[in-house]
Each structure stands twice: as C-alpha cells, then as structure tokens.
Design a protein. Structure first.
Length: 247
C-alpha cells in the first residue's frame, strides 16, 4: 500500500518526519530545499521547521540554514540548565580572562555547531570582541575542534553525514583531514583555530566536559599571535580544565 493511501497517516506529522530524515541525512536544510523535497509552498515548510525548532528537534544557524537540534543529537539542555552551566563556569571564565588578559569564551556543541554561551573580554586595546549568542560550525573553531576530538571519530558521521559543509566560500576539507587533525588534538591536549572562524582571529581551545559537550577557548588578534603565545594560552587552558574536572 502506498503510504499516501494510509488511512492513519497525518499529513503534517508525516511531513515533519520527512524533514527529520532529511536533516539526519544532510546535516543542514534550507526552507527552499525543504519545500522542494516535500512538494509544498515555502511558507508551509517554514512553519514546519519553526514548529520543530520550538520543540528542540531543529535549530537555525547562520545563512538561515536549519540543523539537527538538541533532541536529535542528544545534546539536550533547557534554559535552566544553560543558566546553571553559565553560572557554574563563570568564575573560571573570569579568572582565566584575568590571567591571560585576552578574550575567553565558553562554548557548547549544538548539533554540528558550537554556541557561544558566555565570555569575558580582555582589557587590551587590540582585542577580540565577544561572540556570546552566536553559532559557528564546530570544525572552524578551537573550542569546537577540542570537543570533536574528545567525542572521538565515531561522532563524525552523525554530525557530518554528507561531509563538511562549505564555510566562507572555501572548499571544505575532506573528513579524513579533519580526523587527522582531531587525532593531533588528542595527542597534544588542545586545539588551535588559525583564522578559520574569523580572518582576524586565532584561538586555542580545550574541552572541559562531555555531557553536555563544553569547551573553553582563548581568542587573540591574529596579528600578534605567535607560537610562544600559543604555548602560554594552552598551558593556562589545560590548567583551568584540570581544575574544573577535579571538582
């Protein structure tokens, strides 16, 4: 029997399930793509995606693309939990920013991206601005890469079922290249983002928790970033991560 002839089929629910299948397969979905796949108007696809977003199954990222939400990826956090995380980690974020006098962020993995939950700016005249509330592909950020390395290679196919997406009009790296970088991160204990998420910024990050997946990162203007600076920032981050985990 054709599924369209099923007397128990609820059309709106069936369409939502189709969208979830598409998101799982592709990793991202636009309203136009969703409408085309379902054979409905863009306004209908938008209403479906918006409803699913409110329920936590879908999240909207940059360029109006939709991603698998927390309830699909297992990264389930409600507003109260997020506030508890920020409140608990705030003293560590502030202390780290004070020691290095650079911008420190707390990030959380959300689907294939990281969300910037909190941060403290350094006091130097030339410094990186805060990005609290923004969402960026995990593989382009130091904190995101640190989390991916901690999760292990088994998590990569679920997060990037069709490979890495294009970012800033650059050709995406193959997944094997990402796996090699993650292996290197696991060996040295921290991740580095050299002008990947922002052309003017370089950052160092470490994972501090797995459920939910959290990381701390320190960002500095790329023009004054050196290997010596990297080592100092990595040392401070690793010490902070060890202190957090010990508690």
């Amino acid at each position: 029997m054709n599924q369209n002839d099923d007397p128990y089929r609820v059309e709106s629910v069936d369409r939502a399930m189709q969208l979830l299948d598409l998101l799982t397969e592709r990793g991202t979905l636009s309203v136009t793509d969703a409408a085309g796949e379902l054979g409905v108007a863009a306004s209908t696809a938008h209403r479906l995606l918006t409803t699913m977003t409110h329920r936590g199954f879908v999240e909207q990222g940059e360029k109006r693309l939709y991603h698998p939400g927390a309830k699909l990826t297992g990264q389930r956090t409600d507003g109260n939990q997020l506030r508890r995380i920020v409140r608990t980690m705030r003293p560590h974020v502030e202390a780290l920013a004070h020691r290095v006098d650079e911008t420190v962020h707390l990030v959380m993995l959300t689907g294939p991206d990281v969300r910037f939950l909190d941060g403290v700016e350094g006091s130097q005249l030339l410094r990186v601005s805060l990005r609290i509330g923004s969402r960026t592909p995990a593989f382009t950020t130091s904190g995101g890469k640190a989390i991916l390395a901690d999760l292990g290679d088994a998590s990569i196919p679920a997060l990037y079922p069709t490979g890495l997406p294009r970012w800033r009009d650059q050709e995406p790296a193959p997944l094997d290249a990402l796996r090699r970088e993650l292996a290197h991160i696991r060996t040295r204990g921290y991740a580095v983002n050299v002008k990947e998420s922002d052309a003017d910024v370089t950052a160092v990050g470490v994972c501090i928790a797995r459920e939910p997946s959290l990381a701390l990162s320190i960002a500095v203007p790329a023009e004054r970033y050196t290997e010596k600076v990297e080592k100092v920032l990595a040392r401070e981050l690793l010490a902070t991560a060890a202190s957090i985990r010990s508690r």
